[in-house]
Design a protein around this ligand. Structure first.
Ligand SMILES: Cc1ncc(COP(=O)(O)O)c(C=O)c1O
Length: 416
């Protein structure tokens, strides 16, 4: 559930009309609902309240600092994949002791900076990373907390581009090397193995793969404990899907029950790294129709938002609902189908295919739903397009949380 609704035929975010936001802040514009965000955070924490759990928000899903600070105020930690995300999380008030650092290519200087910041743990994804963390910890004469990110070779049954739990992908450590690694880590005085982790994919619609992955982690946790390693937690990653179209994702309660049921016999703390399920439906991308055109084959609605603002349709053929801000324009009577496209010079700049609109015209406002996760955070300056502004709505108040870039910002670092 979210707080984007029609009132008297016009789309609102909470108590603010999208039309008024477009006139105040211009388009394209990311609009987030604070009530939706807080509700999603609460629902997730409630689902896990009966078992010791730390939810680390996947910062990559939405990394705006004001946005993140609302999440951290609810008690979340952070799952980061870069030093940039580490510094964003800290700026947003995240407790470093609640930060886990994932990613296949952490450089020595990244590891050192994160160690200096006192993060909870490094989710180690390769043998070379294990050596690097140890060297850096030894230089500082400390023991670094690490988790092994295990790749359980489980098909998450999602889009191949966001599947991360198969041995054909670059992520994590294959199970055939885990036992030897556990024995090896025991001998390394500058490493403390405090966790085992996995993240098998994103936008998962079934719980079968989640359960199977938890079982593999529990199997390895028992081995690690039997070896006398100081294991404290099992990190099951993120990946729970949401409804963009007609998907039927699991309820949070069922997701929580599945994970807790598997992990509980170990008595270890549960970590999760949710991104999309928190952020996805908290935001929309508001855009203006530039014009309508037709070819002998198709009608096109050309809008001022593009793949530069929302990459998911071009990158994953992802579906996002696209609706008119004035509801009078939805309907069957005079509706025709349009491919909704942006101004970027790529045929893949297609935000929605075959969508119905009734007599759309230049100047009309439309909004793309489900754009709160992997929306702005994946945006780019391709075609020398300034990145857009972001606004957070709280009841009847709208706050600008990121200014629109100016053209000069785009070549500020260029030497000419
Ligand atoms: C390591 C890791 N954890 C968590 C997530 C968050 O996934 P989601 O947004 O699907 O919950 C991702 C996303 O790719 C990830 O790579």
């Amino acid at each position: 559930l979210d707080y984007f609704n029609y009132k008297n035929g016009e789309a609102f975010c909470e108590d603010v009309s999208l039309t008024s936001l477009a006139s105040q802040y211009d388009t394209p514009l990311y609009v987030y609902s604070k009530a939706t965000l807080l509700r999603h955070c609460k629902n997730l924490l409630d689902a896990f309240k009966d078992y010791p759990t730390l939810a680390c928000f996947a910062v990559k899903a939405n990394s705006n600092i004001s946005y993140l600070s609302e999440i951290f105020k609810c008690g979340f930690g952070a799952d980061i994949v870069s030093i940039g995300e580490l510094e964003r999380a800290l700026n947003a008030g995240c407790d470093p002791k609640k930060i886990v650092y994932s990613g296949v290519g952490k450089k020595p200087e990244d590891l050192e900076q994160a160690l200096n910041r006192g993060i909870l743990s490094f989710n180690v994804e390769s043998a070379f990373e294990l050596d690097l963390v140890e060297q850096i910890a030894a230089k500082k004469n400390v023991a670094a907390n690490i988790s092994l990110r295990i790749n359980p070779n489980i098909d998450a049954k999602t889009n191949p581009k966001i599947s991360t739990g198969l041995n054909t992908t670059k992520f994590g450590l294959s199970e055939n090397i885990i036992e030897a690694m556990l024995i090896d880590i025991k001998k390394r005085q500058h490493l403390r193995l405090t966790g085992l982790a996995c993240h098998i994919g994103s936008q998962m619609i079934g719980l079968g793969p989640v359960k199977a992955a938890a079982q593999r982690l529990v199997f390895w946790a028992k081995k690690a404990l039997a070896l006398g390693l100081p294991l404290e937690n099992i990190d099951m990653g993120g990946g729970l899907g949401i409804r963009y179209d007609s998907e039927n994702p699991p309820e949070l309660a069922d997701y929580a029950r599945t994970l807790i049921c598997e992990v509980k016999p170990t008595n270890l703390k549960l970590l999760i790294e949710p991104g999309r399920v928190i952020a996805g439906n908290t935001g929309v991308l508001l855009s203006k129709v530039i014009g309508v055109k037709a070819t002998p084959e198709k009608n096109f609605l050309v809008i001022d938002a593009a793949m530069t603002e929302l990459l998911r349709p071009a990158m994953y053929a992802a579906f996002h609902d696209i609706l008119p801000v004035k509801a009078a324009r939805i309907g069957k009577k005079n509706s025709r189908t349009f491919d909704v496209v942006g101004p970027v010079c790529e045929t893949s700049d297609l935000l929605g295919e075959g969508r119905s609109f009734e007599n759309p015209a230049a100047g009309d406002l439309v909004y793309v739903r489900g754009a709160g996760a992997y929306g702005f955070s994946m945006s780019s300056n391709y075609n020398t397009r300034p990145r857009v502004a972001e606004v957070m709505v709280d009841g009847s108040k709208a706050t600008l949380i990121r200014r629109r870039e100016k053209l000069a910002d785009l070549w500020r670092e260029e030497i000419f």
